[in-house]
Design a protein around this ligand. Sequence first.
Ligand code: K7E
Ligand code: CUA
Length: 612
Amino acid sequence: VGTGALALVLVALMAFASACTPRQPESRRAAGVATSDIALAAQKVYVPPGDLDPYYMFASGGHSGNVYVYGVPSMRHISTIPVFSPYPATGYGFDDDSKRMLGGLNWGDVHHPALSETKGEYDGRWLFVNEMNGRIARIDLRDFKTKQILGPVPNLHGNHASSFVTPNTEYAMMASRFSRPVPQRPVGVDKYATEYKGIIAGVKIDPARGEMSLAWQILMPPFDYDLGDAGKLVSDGWMFFTSYNTERATGKLEVTASQRDRDYIAMVDWRAAEKAVAEGRADTIDGVKVIDPNKVAGIVYLIPCGKSPHGVDVSPDGKYIVASGKLQGVTTVFNFEKLQTAIRNNDFTGDEDAIPVLKYESVKDAEVPVGLGPLHTQFGTDGWAYTSLFVDSAIAKWKLGTWEVVDKVPMSYSIGHLTAAEGDTVSPDGNWLVGLNKLSHGRHLSVGPSQPESSQLVDITEEKMKLLYDAFTEPEPHYAQIVKADKIKPIEVYPKEENKHPLAIWDVKDAGVTRQGKKVTVKMIAVRSTLTPTDFTVNEGDEVTVAITNIEQTTDELHGFGLLDYNINLVIDPGETKTVTFTARKKGVYAYYCTNFCSALHQEMQGYFIVQ
Ligand code: K7E
Ligand code: CUA
């Protein structure tokens, strides 16, 4: 059965590959699409000059390390938020603070943005994003800037099933896609099944400041933990994680990890985990409180699930746990009440490393025949669910409770995640749905071998889903969330009275150079259209700190500080102070200048750095 399903997937993929050979630009409007339909679609997505989109979409930038911000429904890319990679456009990764935050890692593989929530609704305060090098970051939506990067955390390797938050942002989640020996040490893969361990972790979030800290980890069997979601309303207090390779196989996983007919969803009682740690029942491994299910019962259970599941998604009412078996033609729905009853009655079929395995028949509600290669599910109003189908390259619409599949819309091509407006909250809006496709071949002017990925906007207000618009993004849009624009209240300047930077100055007469031995501090002011001081001199070998305050309090008045030949590039927003510290290694004269166009005399905003 295993190889059969696999062959099916491969055949479908090959058929897809041959279907999209390169073509020259031309109209590929589908036959039978009337001009009136196109005009209607255009009207729905068009946001006229001067108007604003009613939604923000925050999309993962995959291994670019960025988050991309879009307006919905216009699908205009309006901003890039650098998180795990340097981004010269905003000077991110060049000033002392952001360089320290990146910690010497110049990339990250971002997968799942998670907006902070209050009572299960997006509250517009923070955006959390995970990345594979065992890290998670917090972006403050007050200024759309990365404020904290936690990790790489010990023990946990390949943080993919992250950063899903609980309904009151008590926790963000982390889990290992790659198992390895815990504690970390060199052990051959021949001992994988017994010596390698998976890790599930809870990242505590300070409710006032958003500050993240690693609270606890759970030692898990060496499966590959893939996706997660937090319980809500009736299932609040639980976290769910899919896993594959429950075969504990190594080597060519595409074959060895697809043997079993069922893998598992791990369900974690996070309040019980919290309590176990508070009661001192956790071990400390590499400085982290780690709960071992061999010693502590009642924290985690395993739900058998369709072969090699990918996404797991909790319905808005919290009653259903929807898991997609990516090598199957069905998505499986589990009933939270049945899960609770089964746990209460010890309705188990066995265990994996002391973790009880629930009985599939006792907890399953339905196997919904959505189509081939189901990956992820999002929700609308009235119990409507939308599942992405990678192999079929389509979205299926179906109903919770009746399990009827009522509609399908093709995606071009090969959809991964999908995201609905307010889609992970307890009350989705049921109007917009965006398919985040892995490929786009032939849907845009060719740009060579590295094609943009396509994102497609779908109208879900009516019985039939309607594809309205193709947008494109840089690699690799894994997941995105769409939030009502009026929930986010960004500032446009940093108020002067909030600037507590020790090197901030507000008057040009305070600008200048001070020296302590070989340490030189330059306090600089940036304001239209001068960088003061306009020149400064240091000695070769000095450690130089340039602290620049942009004293503007006017929207859009950013100034830059580009220092040629020294790889220094800062951008300072109105009211902000930034520092850069470096050694004056090269003798000579070097120009610095403002990189951000700021006024008619922007080009005059320049000075000289002299190293003698
Ligand atoms: Cu691309 Cu969520 Cu990393 Cu699915 S993941 S497709
Ligand atoms: Cu300041 Cu250009």
